[in-house]
Design a binder for this molecule. Sequence first.
Ligand SMILES: Cc1cc2nc3c(=O)[nH]c(=O)nc-3n(C[C@H](O)[C@H](O)[C@H](O)COP(=O)(O)OP(=O)(O)OC[C@H]3O[C@@H](n4cnc5c(N)ncnc54)[C@H](O)[C@@H]3O)c2cc1C
Length: 408
Amino acid sequence: MWSSAAVAVPLDVVVAGAGPAGLSAAAACAAAGLSTALVAPAVRPWPATYCLWADELDAAAGPLGLDPAAARTTMAARYSPTVVRTASGGERELTRGYARLRNDAVHAALLDRFTAAGGRLVTGRVRGLLDDDGGEVAVLADGTRLAARTVLDARGGGPATAQQRAWGEVVAGPVPDLVPPDGALFMDWTALAAPGAPPAFLYGLPLDDGTVLLEATSLAARPPLPLADLRERLAALLTAHGLRPAGGAERVAIPLDAAPRPAGPGTPLGAAAGLVHPATGYSVAASLRLGPRVAAALAAGRDPRPVVRAARPRATAALLGLGLEVLLPMDAAATDAFFGAFFTLPEQEWAPYLDGGSPPSAVAGTMARVFGALSPAQRARLLRGVAGGTAARLVAGLRRARAAASGR
Ligand SMILES: Cc1cc2nc3c(=O)[nH]c(=O)nc-3n(C[C@H](O)[C@H](O)[C@H](O)COP(=O)(O)OP(=O)(O)OC[C@H]3O[C@@H](n4cnc5c(N)ncnc54)[C@H](O)[C@@H]3O)c2cc1C
């Protein structure tokens, strides 16, 4: 670990923050031959359980310099089938594989790549960013100034009014009545359903030591659901199934509608750049994909900001934000019907909605198809639930999507 005082000369890149976005970008920048410093209060394997679609990891591994074979084996657990359960649509096995990062292995591989290429680790907290003489400066809490051509700001997402929340417990496995033994339970909207209770689904993954992680998840709520409510609902489910927590609870709180960082010095990355998907809370795949693209732009002497903007096209972000507003007022039955309909679509029709980098036409197309797959009563309820302005924007957006799809 280098001290901040050791970095005296201007660098090509300073990366603030060592989450998935910061570390992957720092490793890619160093490997591209850019003199790079990574500043964070601590650089250690990420504690959260990070998942993504298996094909997303395969696509990200090569550009990140991860051994593709290791990315398929030691660096991630792969799950098949990926199961969705709703009261309205029954149980569905998705053909798309799901994966959980083995954080120790991925983190070590990225950090090795970073340090092997001469990257410098700086322990500290960035207090502010400045423009300076054609470059940028990260000012640390202890007053140290790190000057660079570009500062990448990956310090995480800001506050939000809507959040995804989850309470997770690890139990002895397997628990085949809840989670398929080698598979992932992506969403079960039936397991935690209770009269009058806000929507929450069960998420479940077998872990490497034979235990199973079960999480009671509120996909999106404004104000966020209290974690204690989710803990209680999960506890009731565990009791009903004769299961006991085996230690290692996971608490999840993901800001879903954080305002974009105001323009200024530094290029935001990851959650700081608004890459968190407003309706799923996911950003890890998008960040792993983005790091090498940003590094390539910087190595070619280009401004990285357009590359970051392209990772979340503005019109796509607007549609996904609208999708979040549609979800928020839904009660448990409407949410169940929505996801029952969503996952009746073929994978190539629902997958674009879950990727914030998709073109807006693809996202609008998914929205229109889900709307079309709902019963007339469910459609009416969905439109009644959303505020007038949102409903009008939704209907207009769907009309535009239909017109675009039919070539008019
Ligand atoms: C428990 C949990 C589970 C999640 N699971 C998933 C999942 O399965 N899939 C998925 O896609 N998303 C998931 N998310 C959501 C999201 O993808 C993560 O929050 C992800 O960590 C965001 O990555 P990031 O690198 O942008 O920011 P962060 O991971 O928040 O990293 C920010 C970094 O900046 C550092 N930092 C903060 N302030 C400063 C400062 N002033 N100076 C220097 N460094 C600073 C922090 O120490 C940290 O290293 C989950 C979130 C949580 C909380």
